[in-house]
Design a protein around this ligand. Structure first.
Ligand code: NAD
Length: 322
């Protein structure tokens, strides 16, 4: 097959897999298999930019929803993250930052929770809106259906605040949910990520609260207050009793980054929720602005993905539905 046709084929396959993953919450292949095909497409597009397609998944975040739920345009776009799989990639990223800023920038290393990204808005001290990431430009309004246990309805801050965070289902809740579903002959969820995502739109509030969803804020997209650093913005969230992950390390050199990545990897399986890696972010907000964004991800952050727990591409034997 020639290159142009292979690119078309990969775009079609990956878009089909993304629909199953993001919209139906029932992946057709493992993340490892998806990432392998994605990398093949990315490499081909780099080599043959003349064949890059408009609907290529390398150009878009997630996928557009086209169901009955009200769609809301994000005031500030929601981005994905550049992925890396080796410490060499992280060193390259850090070197890139060094060249840009002329110094070793302070970065944070945080757990990368394996859930679904949400945008949450507070205004006048009240929780106003919860929206899914969708395609990054607009997402689904789940304010009235999402039941998230640890997300306060009221906070003391009275200004406008737009947060980014990950909604997760704790591993123990996931196991119990699948056990009950199995006993009742209902289809099982593939993993806590799909279960969390599929639980956000339940109409039955009792059922929704039994899913015990939790959210962890990992950034502020907008606040009437200005913050000099990412960590200062998270401290502000903590002061407002908003749930923020406790696993964050501030590092000032690549060796400190390596150590933090190792610390997170070592604790990975003992955490109460799934993580699929760590995220490294430039801490200073002015430096973030200077590094900027691509159409898909910030240039001031990168995800370091740990090896997948199970490399199964045979997911088809389980049917996952809400
Ligand atoms: P991603 O999950 O690799 O990374 C971006 C996301 O990380 C953010 O949107 C956010 O939700 C999350 N995140 C968690 N902790 C964070 C933190 N501390 N700071 C910032 N963000 C944090 O990217 P994606 O675009 O959501 O998904 C792409 C991945 O999804 C692929 O690499 C693939 O593994 C998987 N996928 C799988 C299939 C499949 O069929 N199996 C299909 C599509 C996508």
């Amino acid at each position: 097959m020639d290159v142009e046709n292979r690119i078309k084929e990969l775009v079609d396959i990956l878009n089909k897999y993304s629909k199953a993953y993001y919209i139906d919450n029932s992946p057709l292949v493992s993340d490892v298999e998806y990432d392998r095909l994605y990398k093949e497409l990315e490499d081909l597009e780099k080599k043959y930019p003349e064949y890059v397609m408009e609907d290529s998944p390398t150009k878009t975040v997630g996928i557009k929803h086209n169901n009955k739920i009200k769609t809301i345009t994000h005031e500030i776009p929601m981005y994905s993250l550049e992925n890396s799989y080796s410490i060499e990639d992280i060193k390259e990223f850090y070197t890139r930052l060094y060249k840009l800023f002329g110094l070793n920038p302070e970065v944070t290393v945080e757990v990368k929770m394996d859930g679904a990204a949400l945008s949450v808005t507070y205004d006048n001290g009240r929780l106003q809106q919860i929206v899914t990431r969708g395609d990054g430009k607009s997402g689904e309004d789940i304010t009235n259906t999402a039941v998230i246990k640890n997300l306060p309805k009221k906070i003391s801050y009275k200004g406008r605040l737009i947060l980014r965070g990950e909604v997760i289902m704790p591993k123990v809740v996931f196991k119990q949910l699948n056990k009950i579903r199995g006993e009742m002959g209902q289809p099982l969820f593939a993993n806590p990520r799909n279960a969390a995502s599929g639980s956000l739109k339940l109409i039955n509030i009792k059922e929704a609260s039994s899913r015990e969803l939790e959210m962890y804020i990992y950034g502020t997209a907008y606040c009437d207050e200005e913050f000099i650093t990412h960590t200062a913005s998270l401290d502000f969230c903590k002061e407002n009793n908003l749930p923020v992950s406790q696993y964050l390390y501030v590092c000032s050199s690549i060796s400190e980054v390596e150590q933090a990545l190792k610390t997170i990897e070592d604790m990975r399986f003992s955490l109460p929720y799934d993580i699929d890696g760590a995220v490294i972010k430039v801490n200073n907000k002015d430096y973030q602005e200077e590094a900027g964004w691509t159409a898909k991800f910030p240039r001031w952050a990168i995800a370091y993905k740990y090896k997948a727990q199970q490399v199964s591409t045979k997911l088809l034997d389980v049917i996952f539905q809400v």
